[in-house]
Ligand binder design. Sequence first.
Ligand SMILES: [Zn+2]
Length: 87
Amino acid sequence: MLTKVVVCVHCGGEDVVRNGKTSNGKQRLLCKGCKRNSREERQGPRYSEADKETILRAYMERPSMRGIGRIFGVSRPTLIDWLKKRP
Ligand SMILES: [Zn+2]
């Protein structure tokens, strides 16, 4: 069985522990490295088109990947990917 390595979205550290659930039922994680909470990163798309549109629009308003990542929990590679695919 493969063990999925969960890394911290903030510092990339692997010393991440489960820390309950978020209000919408997502797994919440606490990084022991930087002591910050993050949501579990899943493989593949997990945002609806509407979510994506909202996030991209927010990014156009204030182009800060760090800020957008913090607000929406979207990883930087995901955001970059969306921006590339944006028509
Ligand atoms: Zn961290």
